[in-house]
Structures are given as C-alpha cells and as structure tokens.
Design a protein around this ligand. Structure first.
Ligand code: MRU
Length: 364
C-alpha cells in the first residue's frame, strides 16, 4: 500500500493511501483491518485515492471537507468515527472513557448540519454506548453496530430501488440531481438505486444528470458511477433541465434527500426546488428516494430544516481557478426545501407514500 501524508489547512493531517482493492462506487466507505478508509470524492473521477482516518476529529474534518458526502454515507462514516472515538478515549482514560467521549461525538455531529442521517447514526451509537460496561474495551461492540448500520443501509437501498422502480413505466426518461448513488450511501444508492433497478428491469431509456454546481456531484460522481455500470447517462447543465423537459421524453425527476420533515417537505441539494417547479409545469413526476433514517418527524415542516451555507469561494472559483472579479460577494446555500405539494412520491425501504402529507407521513 503506497501512502502520502498531506497537511490540511486546518492543521489536521490526512493520509492518502492506495488500497489494494478495486475502486468502485460501492467502495466509498471501507472498514478494513480496524481502520476507516474513505474514497476521496473531492478528486473523483480524475484521481482514485483513499484517505486513511485514525481519529474522530479527522473523520469530522473529512465529512465537513466533503471527502465523503451524501446523507446516508455521512451517517455510516460517522458511526465508524464513533468507533475511532471510543478507541481513543478508552486507550487514554480506561474505565472513565464514557466521560470523555461526548465532545468527540458532538464534534462529529456538527460536521454537517442538514443531513439528519448524521445525528440518527450517532444517536444509535450513543444509545449503545449507554449499555456498555465502563471497564471493558468498547471497540469490538461499537464496530459491530457500525458495520450493521452500513449493511442495513445497503439492504434498505435495494428495497427503495425496487419500490421506486415499481412506479416507473417502460422506456422512461429520468432527470436526477446531485449524486444520490452508491457513493452517497452505504452502497447501491437511493435515487440511483431506483435508476439501477429500473435499468435492471429493462425500463430505462436514459438518465439525464444535472451537473450540480458548484461541487459538480452530478458531472463528476453520478456520471462516473452510472457510466461504470453501463447505464445510459447524459450530462446537462443545471440550467438546461426545464428546457430538457420541454423537449419531451422525461417522465420522472428522481432525487435523494438530506432531511424530510413531518409534512413531507424535502431538503435536498440546492436546485432540487427549481427542478420540482419545472417538473410540475411540464407534467413530469417527482420522486424522492430516501431511507426512513432521513425522515425527521420532530420538524413539522421544511422551514425548520437547518440549511448549510458553505464558503463563497466554492462559487467564486471552479477547479481551484478564480472565475470572478476580486471582492465579489456570493450567497451559497447548498440545500433547498421542496414543498411536499411538489412531490409525487416519497419512496423509503418500507414502501411508497404518494402525494405526501402530514397524515401519510405519520402512518408510514
Ligand atoms: O452536499 P452533498 O454532496 O452531501 O449533497 C448530497 C445530496 O444532496 C444528496 O442528494 C442527498 O444527500 C441524498 S444522498 C443519497
């Protein structure tokens, strides 16, 4: 295994390694030999490299820096981050480890604000920590739970794929936004899980992937993982989506989500809202594919969902190259909220909610 250690601007070191495993979209999160490796999504598809993580602090940094991204993938990664946190505090403090783990879990939980899957996974790990004994090494038991969370996410995505595909007719054209694929989850994907299942059933004509400014998750990641699976994909600029719908042959917009409120309002990558408005105008249906771990029943509607705002520099530059005049201001919210009334179906591992509202969400 080759490796290179680079210092991040925050002062944290990130070790870049070339793992001796095939690089696929399903290998975005690898737990191997008691070590966490993340496929570095900042540099795909041009460079295929893994980052090796030793601590909860490095894991939190990797999440906020987008080494790993996508709501379920962030949750799975954080669960492994808790294992690293437990190792660290048990080695340092022995039977007093539980008193010292809290700030590390809080740091992990704050690494990105919108995806509820992050707090969902940490909460599961926290609950398990309460059940563990103070003077026994907690690592093996926490590792077992993190692996279960990872495996369950893949299983859920396969169920979502099948439920979603059951709504879609033959010869369908789909637009997707951002990357809600294997890379964004434990594996298989949510929105791209539906696409994979539709394709496997011979019903897919073509997927149009929005490029997804400014991180280009569509152009770099969705196009990469679909092309690798020989799924017919065409890239479009975000601003071309309405025009593509007007040209005909688009039946569904299929997207993932970072958080769904109790009334069915959906937070997802910035641009999803305008896509849903354009879809309504053109008679195209909108499907949101997400596991139930993405649903936040504590928030009555989408206006309470915390929306992450990232650095203006992400908009002002492209590929590290400044594209704009010096001193220009930029507004960079990276998620938006699509009202439930613009959503035709929310698909989870439990089934389908058509025309979601508070009542249907409660009974799901
Ligand atoms: O900023 P990102 O890349 O983490 O945003 C990801 C998305 O918006 C995805 O659509 C969402 O997390 C669902 S992933 C299955």
């Amino acid at each position: 295994m080759d490796s290179e250690v680079k210092q991040h601007s925050s002062g944290i070191y990130m070790k870049i390694v070339n793992l001796d495993i095939p690089v696929t979209a399903d290998s975005a999160i690898v737990w191997q030999n008691e070590t966490l490796y993340l496929l570095d999504q900042r540099v795909l598809p041009g460079t295929e490299q893994f980052i090796e993580l030793y601590s909860a602090e490095e894991t939190a940094r990797a999440i906020s820096d987008m080494v790993v991204r996508g709501a379920p993938a962030i949750g799975v990664t954080a669960a492994f981050g808790v294992v690293l946190a437990a190792r660290e505090v048990f080695q340092k403090f022995g039977s007093k480890w539980k008193q010292h783990i809290k700030p590390l879990l809080d740091q992990l939980e704050k690494s990105r604000p919108t995806a509820i899957n992050l707090s969902w996974a940490i909460e599961k790990m926290r609950t398990h920590i309460q059940e563990l004994e103070d003077d026994l090494d907690p690592e093996a038991k926490l590792q077992k739970l993190a692996v279960e969370i990872h495996d369950k996410d893949i299983e859920d995505n396969r169920a979502i794929g099948n439920f979603g595909a059951s709504l879609i007719d033959t010869e369908s054209g789909i637009i997707t936004h951002c990357n809600a694929g294997a890379l964004a989850t434990g594996g298989y994907g949510t929105a791209l899980g539906v696409v994979r299942s539709v394709h496997a059933q011979g019903k897919l004509k073509r997927v149009y992937a929005d490029e997804t400014r400014p991180w280009l998750q569509g152009a770099r990641l969705t196009a990469w993982e679909l092309a690798r699976d020989n799924i017919p994909v065409t890239l479009i600029a975000d601003s071309a989506a309405a025009c593509r719908m007007a040209a005909g042959g688009i039946d569904w917009v299929v997207v993932g989500s970072d958080r769904i409120a109790a009334n069915g309002d959906v937070a997802n990558k910035i641009g999803t809202y305008q896509l849903a408005i354009a879809a309504k105008y053109h008679g195209v249906k909108v499907m949101v594919a997400a596991p139930t771990s993405t649903i936040d029943m504590s928030l009555p509607n989408g206006s309470q969902i915390p929306i992450e705002k990232r650095a203006a520099s992400e908009l002002l530059s492209c590929g590290g190259q400044r594209m704009t005049p010096e001193g220009l201001d930029a507004w960079n919210p990276v998620f938006d909220v699509t009202p439930a009334e613009l959503v035709d179906a929310i698909v989870t591992e439990k089934g389908v909610i058509l025309n979601p509202d508070a009542e249907k969400m409660k009974n799901h």
